[in-house]
Design a binder for this molecule. Structure first.
Ligand code: SAM
Length: 336
C-alpha cells in the first residue's frame, strides 16, 4: 500500500498557498450537497449576515463547535479579543438554534496561564441566553507533560442548552463493561442489584469520557494535513444524545469535517463552515470520499493526492521540504 501523508497545513504558509490553487472554495461561497443534505460555507463564524445566509431561514437543534484557541500566545489583550470574538459567534449560534436546542463547545485551558480561555469564556456565557448543563472531560491517550507537573491528557467540552431540548442518554453506552456489583435497590418489593436493573452490560456515558481513542495516523478516520481533528466517536456520541434523525446540526469550525461525516453517518443534516477555503475543501472531499469508498478519512493518503501527483511545484516542495516520497503514476497504477 502506498503511504502518502501530508504535513500539517496550518504551520506552513507555502504549502497552504500551493494547496489553495486546488480549492474550489472562495471566501463567501456556500457549497450545497447535491444529495440535498449538507452545506459547507467559506464563512467567518462571527459574521452574522453570512451565517444567516448559510441557514437560509432554517433552524438547527444542535450546534457542536470547536473554535481555535491558540493559547500558546495568549496575553491579556489576546484573551479579551478571543472573548469578544466568541461573543459574536455565540450570538450567531443562539440566533440559528431552535427554541429547544443544545450547544456543545470544545475549549482549551492553558494551565500556565490561569487556565484561560476557559474561565473567561464560561463567564461570558452567563449573559449568552444559554443555560449550563454539563462540563465533560475527554481523556486523551497521549499528552504533554514534564517531570514537574501532571501529564496533561484532558480535553474540555462544555454543554449548554436553550429551552428544553431532546436528550437521549440511554443510547449512549461506552465500551466499558460493568464490573462493580452492588448498589442494591428495591424494585417492586424485590431487592435488586446493579446488574439486574441495568439495560446494558456496559457503563453509560457520564461526564468523563475515557473510552474514546484520540485520532492518530494509523486510524482510518485520520485526515493527513489537519492538526486538530476530533474523534468521530465523540462527535457521534453528542449527535445521538442531543438530536434526532434529519435534524440540522451546526458546526462553525469545520476543519477536517468531523461533524459533517458524523452527521452523514447518523442521518442528520450538517450545516458547517470554516473561514479557510483549504479546510472547506478538505471537509467536502472527506464527505465525497466517504460516499464513494465508505472510508472516514485517509489513513495512508491525503485529500489532495490526485493533485500532488500531477502538480510538479507541489510535489517538489513536499519532497524537498519534508523528504516525503511521492508516488508516481504508472499507467492506471500509483507506485512509489
Ligand atoms: C480546532 S479546528 C476544528 C476541528 C474540527 N472539530 C475537526 O474535528 O476537524 C478550528 C477550525 O476553525 C477555523 N476557523 C478559525 N477562525 C474561524 C472563523 N472566524 N470562522 C470560521 N472558522 C474559523 C480554522 O480554520 C480551523 O479549521
Amino acid at each position: 500500500m502506498v503511504n502518502f501523508p501530508l504535513p500539517r497545513i496550518d504551520n506552513d504558509g507555502v504549502l497552504h498557498s500551493l494547496l489553495l490553487k486546488h480549492c474550489s472554495f472562495k471566501p463567501g461561497n456556500i457549497w450545497e450537497d447535491p444529495e440535498g443534505k449538507h452545506k459547507i460555507g467559506c464563512i467567518d463564524a462571527a459574521n452574522g449576515k453570512a451565517i444567516t445566509t448559510l441557514l437560509d431561514k432554517q433552524k438547527s437543534s444542535l450546534a457542536v463547535h470547536d473554535p481555535p484557541y491558540n493559547f500558546v500566545a495568549f496575553d491579556e489583550r489576546d484573551l479579551e479579543k478571543f472573548i469578544d470574538w466568541s461573543k459574536g459567534w455565540i450570538k450567531n449560534t443562539y440566533d440559528s438554534l431552535l427554541p429547544d436546542s443544545s450547544l456543545y463547545i470544545w475549549l482549551g485551558a492553558d494551565q500556565n496561564n490561569h487556565f484561560q480561555p476557559l474561565p473567561d469564556f464560561i463567564s461570558m456565557m452567563r449573559k449568552s441566553g444559554f443555560n449550563s448543563r454539563s462540563f465533560i472531560t475527554m481523556r486523551n491517550q497521549r499528552g504533554y507533560g514534564t517531570q514537574k507537573n501532571w501529564m496533561s491528557v484532558r480535553q474540555e467540552l462544555l454543554f449548554y442548552t436553550k429551552g428544553n431540548p431532546f436528550f437521549d442518554i440511554n443510547s449512549e453506552y461506552t465500551d466499558i463493561p460493568k464490573i462493580l456489583r452492588g448498589y442494591y435497590k428495591k424494585v417492586n418489593g424485590k431487592v435488586t442489584e446493579n446488574f439486574e436493573r441495568g439495560k446494558s452490560e456496559f457503563i453509560r456515558a457520564g461526564n468523563v469520557w475515557v473510552d474514546i481513542q484520540q485520532v492518530f495516523y494509523r486510524m482510518e478516520e485520520n485526515v493527513n494535513g489537519c492538526y486538530a481533528q476530533k474523534p468521530l466517536k465523540a462527535i457521534t456520541r453528542i449527535i445521538e444524545a442531543s438530536s434526532k434523525a434529519n435534524d440540522i446540526v451546526l458546526d462553525f469550525f469545520a476543519h477536517s469535517g468531523t461533524t459533517l461525516i458524523a452527521s452523514e453517518i447518523t442521518g442528520r443534516k450538517c450545516y458547517t463552515c470554516d473561514i479557510d477555503p483549504v479546510y472547506c475543501e478538505i471537509a467536502r472531499r472527506r464527505l465525497e470520499n466517504y460516499r464513494t469508498t465508505g472510508k472516514t478519512g485517509w489513513q495512508n493518503s491525503n485529500p489532495f493526492e490526485e493533485e500532488i501527483l500531477d502538480d510538479d511545484e507541489l510535489k517538489n516542495y513536499l519532497k524537498e521540504e519534508y523528504q516525503i516520497q511521492i508516488p508516481e503514476r504508472q499507467g492506471q497504477k500509483i507506485v512509489l
